[in-house]
Design a protein around this ligand. Structure first.
Ligand SMILES: *Cc1c(COP(=O)(O)O)cnc(C)c1O
Length: 428
């Protein structure tokens, strides 16, 4: 494939945008080479600036669950735009999307709409702190909750009781309120709670981790967290920015039948426009301004274009009783197909999957937390990534990302992808 125009555009972009990208995951730092510039997309396909067609497994990192330029979403946005793009005043459509979300998701009475997943998680934690009157939070190594200060924390060597910032600019003061636990390790969480008695406001978790590859919770892990939270007056925050409206209508809460106290959304809820949200039962949500003391605000929150896109997307997902089953079946088909050709080519691998989230790790061991995810062979991944790209399949340019399956993918597209894996496997 030729990437001439993409390379030229990237060189131009680098002069005026740090690293040439507006979000670091778009750069090819992890795999080498220069990012592909997209011209347009439709259904399961991206068309880049050099005229290449790529089968897309990123789908804007999740939102395009029904494919690119999905007609009902495009139509809703175009119609809405003609009537004004922002007012900073209440509009009916905000209530419509809120009512629909509340009807689809278990255990929530009210929802506040914001502009990104980062904002949703940041605000959820503030609300948890305000509601419980406690300062500390527990997060899990390898889970991503956006780029606000409290979340940019990782353990140094092994797990430390107090977090160490992994970005300059995050203060020690902020870092010391974030405690870091190992994903899928209940004993580790229990020990942190014991060591910080009556200080922990919330545990925030991706109920299926999707930012270190796809890592499902082991049997009993989420229920164990629920029980610990109940026993210690700690709020359980499910960051469903990735899993919400993807794993089921009601997200991971529905799939695993576990209630969280606060739930965060993003990605799918915006249908491809910038939307985030957080939701909870009345007694918690009523703590928010202007009803309660915890402040949270946004000039463009509930923006009419974003609401139109999100409402059209949720309406479609709500009306299509089979969509999540179809997505699961397609992903399972891909899983079986890829495993088969990697085995035939004697490539050491592990494939993790929940619903329409799937990741391929080039290591034979089970991948259950950040440490085991980090063991994957990055050199093999780089070769795999560029091989797939050349074969016309776009996966995330990092060994630590989940592939997102869209309903726009046909079985022919899946077979095309499996055949590409077979070809590339011979070069690994
Ligand atoms: C993408 C993501 C976020 C951040 O959302 P942005 O819209 O990028 O700010 C937060 N949490 C999870 C689980 C995510 O996948």
């Amino acid at each position: 494939m030729i990437y001439k125009r993409s390379s030229a555009l990237f060189a131009e972009a680098e002069k005026v945008i740090p690293g040439g990208v507006n979000s670091p995951v778009r750069a090819f730092k992890g795999v080498g080479g220069t990012p592909i510039f997209v011209k347009e997309a439709k259904g399961a396909y991206l068309y880049d600036e050099d005229g290449n067609r790529l089968v897309d497994y990123i789908n804007s990192w999740g939102p395009m669950i029904l494919g690119h330029a999905f007609e009902p979403v495009v139509k809703a946005v175009v119609e809405k735009a003609k009537k004004g793009t922002s007012f900073g005043m209440p509009t009916e459509i905000e209530t419509q999307i809120a009512e629909l979300a509340v009807s689809m998701v278990p255990n929530i009475d009210k929802i506040r709409l914001v502009n990104s997943g980062t904002e949703a998680c940041m605000s959820a934690v503030r609300l948890a702190r305000g509601y419980t009157g406690k300062d500390k939070i527990i997060k899990f190594a390898g889970c991503y909750h956006g780029h606000s200060d409290s979340f940019l924390i990782q353990a140094g060597s092994g797990l430390s009781t107090f977090g160490v910032p992994n970005s300059p600019g995050v203060t020690k003061g902020t870092a010391q309120d974030t405690l870091l636990a190992r994903y899928n390790d209940l004993d580790n969480v229990r020990a942190l709670i014991e060591a910080n008695k009556n200080e922990i406001a919330c545990i925030i978790i991706e109920p299926v981790a999707g930012n270190m590859g796809c890592i499902p919770p082991v049997e009993g892990f989420l229920q164990g967290l629920r029980d610990l939270c109940d026993a210690h007056n700690i709020l359980l925050v499910f960051d469903e920015v990735m899993t919400g409206f993807r794993l089921a209508k009601g997200g991971a809460q529905e799939l695993f039948n576990i209630n969280a106290d606060i739930v965060c959304f993003g990605k799918v809820i915006g249908g491809g426009l910038p939307v985030g949200a957080f939701a909870a039962r009345n007694e918690i949500m009523n703590y928010l301004a202007p009803l309660g003391p915890v402040y949270q605000a946004g000039t463009l929150s509930g923006n009419p274009l974003a609401m139109a896109a999100g409402l059209a997307m949720l309406t479609e997902l709500n009306a299509d009783a089979e969509v999540f089953k179809r997505l699961e079946e397609k992903t399972a088909y891909l899983h079986v197909g890829i495993a088969k050709v990697l085995n035939e080519n004697n490539i050491l691998h592990t494939i993790n999957r929940t619903g329409s989230m799937i990741s391929v790790h080039f290591d034979g061991a089970t991948v259950i937390d950040f440490d085991t995810a980090a063991k994957g062979n990055n050199e093999t991944f780089k070769t795999f990534f560029h091989g797939m790209l050349n074969a016309g399949v776009y996966i995330a340019p990092s060994a630590f990302e989940t592939w997102f399956i869209t309903d726009a993918l046909s079985y022919e597209d899946l077979d095309f992808t499996i055949a590409a894996v077979n070809t590339v496997a011979k070069t690994l």
